[in-house]
Design a protein around this ligand. Structure first.
Ligand SMILES: [Zn+2]
Ligand SMILES: [Zn+2]
Length: 338
């Protein structure tokens, strides 16, 4: 079967690899139908993904069909359409034992630490598959994209009383916006890019948007009746953006860092203590986030159609990857159709 393999920085090639062999009792054989391309994939392609080794088959945002199941599998049946939780955890370490499988000490993310879904067929642990009779493969492929923002919002505990600022209007920030709105909070989006903000406002119904400037803080307050945001979700991974959150947040507020960077984060302790802030990291997503998202999508409360700005055939993906990377502002989400 054909797989799309990233051999080294900037070099994607089609490879013929063996079809998955015999299934273990808890595994399932699936056919991959849709693959979402995300920031991680672009970073790996450009050689900017930390702790990444080549060659690697990318792909962790997947809509798949179950073809066969091992003899101990009970949660899915052949023919089921599923979303995939790409976080392969060990089930043994302390966080796993405590139900924090998203930050397993030995975590392997499909398409990052182990070969992913840019292939025709693959074997997966059945408990990482989430079936839905109603959703399309395309919708199912977007569940993981939404999962990052969903987990951050669920983790924050915000309610409809919160005044939320989301910094960074890429797919992760948009997912934070989606779920914060879902909780009934008022949401302002902050970004440097006006066309991304236009998407957040016009398509995703952000309550207001603010372009980053020296006056951002006043503009944000104006949208919150003079108040500061009670919760800030930073989805930029930009150190200066992340550190400035300490000055933008309301007293008693929360900062949730969704984006990350490789380096030290520093803040002036009185900013933290006087405001009695809560700071949270958010990483990946949990099984309950996947179930929650699928429920909302099935109920029609989340519409992701407008997110998909580019669709490419699997056979054209290698040649088009570079072009996709350069499509800039027009690109929200690209999907590979297998
Ligand atoms: Zn992703
Ligand atoms: Zn573990």
């Amino acid at each position: 079967m054909k797989a799309l393999s990233l051999q080294e920085t900037g070099k994607l090639i089609y490879q013929i690899i063996d079809e998955p062999a015999l299934l273990e009792p808890h595994e399932a054989l699936v056919k991959v139908h849709r693959i979402g391309i995300c920031g991680t994939d672009y970073h790996a392609y450009r050689g900017r993904q930390p702790f990444f080794s080549y060659p690697r088959i990318l792909g962790h945002e997947l809509g798949v069909e179950v073809l066969a199941i091992g003899n101990k599998v009970t949660n899915i049946l052949p023919g089921d359409k599923c979303a995939v939780e790409p976080y392969l955890n060990c089930d043994k370490c302390q966080p796993c034992r405590n139900g924090r499988t998203n930050c397993c000490e030995n975590l392997k993310v499909l398409g990052v630490h182990t070969d992913g879904g840019m292939t025709e067929f693959m074997k997966l642990p059945a408990n990482k598959l989430y079936p839905s009779a109603q959703l399309s493969f395309e919708q199912l492929a977007l569940v993981e994209t939404l999962g990052i923002g969903c987990h951050a919002v669920n983790r924050s505990g915000i309610t409809d009383a919160d005044k939320v600022l989301v910094v960074g209007a890429g797919p992760i920030g948009l997912a934070c916006l989606q779920f914060a709105k879902n909780k009934g909070a008022k949401v302002v989006m902050l970004d440097v890019n006006e066309s991304r903000l236009a998407f957040a406002k016009n398509v995703m119904q952000a309550d207001a948007t603010v372009v980053v400037s020296v006056k951002s803080s006043e503009a944000i307050k104006a949208h919150f009746d003079g108040d500061m945001p009670t919760a800030i979700f930073d989805a930029t991974g930009n150190p200066s953006s992340m550190m400035s959150a300490f000055e933008l947040v309301a007293f008693g507020g929360k900062i949730i860092f969704v984006g990350l960077f490789q380096g030290d984060m520093t803040f002036f302790d009185p900013l933290f203590h006087r405001r009695e802030l809560t700071i949270l990291a958010s990483r990946n997503a949990l099984p309950e986030d996947f179930n929650y998202i699928i429920g909302l999508m099935e109920a029609g409360e989340i519409n992701t159609n407008s997110w998909i700005t580019h669709r490419i055939a699997f056979s054209d993906a290698a040649d088009n990857f570079e072009t996709l990377l350069k499509s800039g502002n027009e690109l929200v989400k690209a999907i590979i159709v297998v």
